[in-house]
Design a protein around this ligand. Structure first.
Ligand SMILES: Nc1ncnc2c1ncn2[C@@H]1O[C@H](COP(=O)(O)OP(=O)(O)OP(=O)(O)O)[C@@H](O)[C@H]1O
Length: 231
């Protein structure tokens, strides 16, 4: 899906991403994991095509007419529009005519009965679900999620994970940023560890125990502390 070749990104004079080379393959579900400020959001925005690498390339290696779905960390909702108005607006904008897909998504996300509610009246968790649904309206072949689960209760998390798992089982590729091990266990097939702008490890979730032992033996690393809170 994406070929990252020696990607560097500088913000003013600061090096934010250094020398990142990796592949995202169709059907992967990748947890982009690392400390605050590691460069995760920046790398995701490069994949989404919202930022251009200072050097190196990020190329989509599969021709498709379906755009990438990017769900930003900040909620992108209009206060005075209802849930239904948001969905129909994005449906028209992306020419999505498959009402069955939309209805199923709204059912699984338990948003159907909020159809007439204005987004300013939604709870934080509901607003997060709507933010996710908007990013998925056009059935993207790749979904990029930047901390899409912040502040949601466990039932809401369950619904969001259920829909994303179903998409992934049907071949949708997912790359997601989270600090929540729950989400990683339920959604990830792989982890990419990013630290200070560098991709320091990529591995299958099956190897998590072994990787935890490796990281536990390192001292004074933010990643060691993050792995210590795994259980
Ligand atoms: N607009 C900006 N101007 C200056 N520096 C920036 C800007 N955006 C990001 N940075 C810097 O780039 C680095 C990476 O930021 P980024 O948001 O990609 O990290 P992150 O891993 O997603 O962090 P977090 O987990 O806190 O969201 C940080 O050190 C940040 O200070």
């Amino acid at each position: 899906m994406f070929d990252l070749n020696n990607v560097h990104y500088k913000q003013k004079r600061k090096v934010v991403i250094q020398n990142v080379s990796a592949h995202v393959r169709r059907g992967d579900s990748i947890s982009l994991f690392g400390p605050n400020g590691a460069g995760k959001s920046t790398l995701m925005q490069i994949m989404a095509g919202l930022k251009q690498p200072t050097s190196g390339t990020c190329e989509q290696n599969e021709a498709t007419d379906r755009a990438v779905g990017y769900v930003p960390q900040q909620l992108a909702l209009f206060d005075n529009m209802t849930v239904g108005e948001h969905i129909t607006f994005y449906q028209k904008m992306t020419k999505q005519r498959d009402d069955a897909y939309i209805n199923e998504m709204l059912e699984v996300l338990a948003l159907s009965d909020q159809w007439h509610v204005k987004s300013q009246a939604l709870s934080g968790g509901m607003a997060r679900k709507l933010n996710l649904a908007i990013g998925l309206v056009h059935e993207p072949h790749v979904v990029l999620l930047d901390e899409a689960f912040v502040g949601v209760d466990l039932a809401t998390k369950h619904d969001m994970l259920q829909w994303l798992k179903r998409l992934n089982d049907n071949g949708t590729t997912i790359v997601f940023i989270t600090h929540d091990w729950h989400v990683i266990y339920h959604l990830a097939t792989q982890m990419w560890l990013l630290d200070r702008g560098q991709l320091i490890d990529t591995f299958s979730l099956r190897d998590l125990d072994q990787k935890e032992a490796e990281w536990a033996s390192q001292s004074d690393s933010a990643l060691t502390k993050m792995f210590a809170l795994r259980h």
